[in-house]
Write a protein that binds this ligand. Sequence first.
Ligand code: ADP
Length: 197
Amino acid sequence: MADAVDAGLLGRMKVILLGPPGAGKGSQAQFLSESLRIPAISTGEMLRGAVAEGSDLGRKVGGIMARGHLVDDGTMADVVEERLRKEDAREGFLLDGYPRTLPQAETLAGILDRSRSALDAVLLVEVPEEELVRRALLRQRDDDKEEVVRARLQVYREQTTPLIGYYRERGLLRAIDGNRPIEEVTASLLGAFGVQV
Ligand code: ADP
């Protein structure tokens, strides 16, 4: 499937998957990670893992996540910097759930600058808000109760949507309609890299 992408780019792309909670970023990240041969790094999954383990980080973030609020930028900078330093992410990665604020975007830019590296693309998965609420209520996660879902959507609107302009100005943004069947969304996302499906 990934044969059509320039073979030299496989495993070497640095990509952000951006979009509201419930846009389907998690499943798309898995497909993209396989096709582009880059590790999918989900900060939400990493934090849920920390909570499940009961680590210091997990104890710090559990309550914040359960309320649908954002973990502070300083804590997230440590989490992401440590993860991106691992060998498997040196050449390429797909970030899902980071950055979520302008300061986080600046932190990421700093990490990449220091390793003389740069982002290749920011893929925005767009889905209307009412569809997001509907989808979230069909899921069973602890932080998927309606008021928490609405809180997370508000946080997205206020803190994360400024990233759309930030990355558009830098020529990196590619918007994809996420309100379609999963396979069609995957095809559009891969299409952004010239991959035919
Ligand atoms: P969703 O994809 O449903 O928005 P995630 O799995 O990405 O949720 O994240 C779950 C929770 O983890 C968020 O609501 C937030 O509390 C925390 N979190 C994840 N990534 C970040 C981040 N980059 N900055 C701050 N908090 C984060």
